[in-house]
Ligand binder design. Sequence first.
Ligand SMILES: NC(=O)C1=CN([C@@H]2O[C@H](COP(=O)(O)OP(=O)(O)OC[C@H]3O[C@@H](n4cnc5c(N)ncnc54)[C@H](OP(=O)(O)O)[C@@H]3O)[C@@H](O)[C@H]2O)C=CC1
Ligand SMILES: O=CC(=O)O
Length: 287
Amino acid sequence: MEEIGFLGIGIMGKAMAVNLLRHGFKVTVWNRTLSRCDELVQHGASVGETPAAVIKKCKYTIAMLSDPAAALSVVFDKHGALEQICAGKGYIDMSTVDADTSSQISQAITSKGGSFLEAPVSGSKKPAEDGQLVILAAGDKDLFVQVVPAFDVLGKKSFFLGQIGNGAKMKLVVNMIMGSMMNAFSEGIVLADKSGLDPHTLLDVLDLGAIANPMFKMKGPAMIKNSYPPAFPLKHQQKDMRLALALGDENAVPMPVAAAANEAFKKARSLGLGDHDFSAVFETLSK
Ligand SMILES: NC(=O)C1=CN([C@@H]2O[C@H](COP(=O)(O)OP(=O)(O)OC[C@H]3O[C@@H](n4cnc5c(N)ncnc54)[C@H](OP(=O)(O)O)[C@@H]3O)[C@@H](O)[C@H]2O)C=CC1
Ligand SMILES: O=CC(=O)O
């Protein structure tokens, strides 16, 4: 494949860009805090001074940014991606955003002749490092086919879900479920502890039953120690709950469980836990 641009070297972007470099792709990176690109240079990346400079250099550019405001800013602001997008170039936004944000970006890119794919991912820091993400793509099918070699490095499975918005919506549904589960899990650990049970035994019991899952297994032991090293920052999980609730609102879907989970994540943010892992929502119960 041609050289790939990569905009946004946060927890996920860094792991993904390193993975592409490790598999022999040429990658040019940009990050708002440009100094964060230094580590990528050590892995063989080049650096672009602005999103526009990266787009100018690369046929395909991936973005992995925090939220809708960041995704829009990197495209539409001065020296943004839109300035250099033209026919023959592809823009792939892998950030978790809502369908409306994705549509705005799609329209802008395609109106300049470029092609656009939304491709949010399921899977966290470790799956990103291991190339085990689940990619939820939608938009330009030809672009999807062209970037399959990169997706095959980044993920274990790539879905093509049809029209723009479907990838964003699928991601929000998945993360709405995950956020609600994390709250139920936290309540369970606290209930076990306060009622005289060993929470470690609870983890063993859960792991052998019908609701065993990698998230409980991975996060549970650290949560019991009140340790939340950020893999998926809580502020992003709360953003996803907020966007999923808005999707529920649009479609008149009652979501009382998700709404309660969102309140807990908001509470956690108010306690200054936004940059901790989203499992830190546990602190809202144990305090
Ligand atoms: N972490 C995870 O487990 C997963 C995260 N996601 C999603 O992936 C995306 C990235 O997540 P993650 O890497 O964890 O987040 P981080 O907070 O680690 O990184 C966010 C990135 O966005 C950039 N950014 C933030 N605001 C702006 C802005 N206004 N303009 C330009 N750049 C901006 C940051 O730049 P700077 O360094 O300058 O702050 C940074 O590169 C999010 O949408 C998240 O929901 C999806 C699956 C898993
Ligand atoms: O968006 C987060 C994830 O773990 O997936």
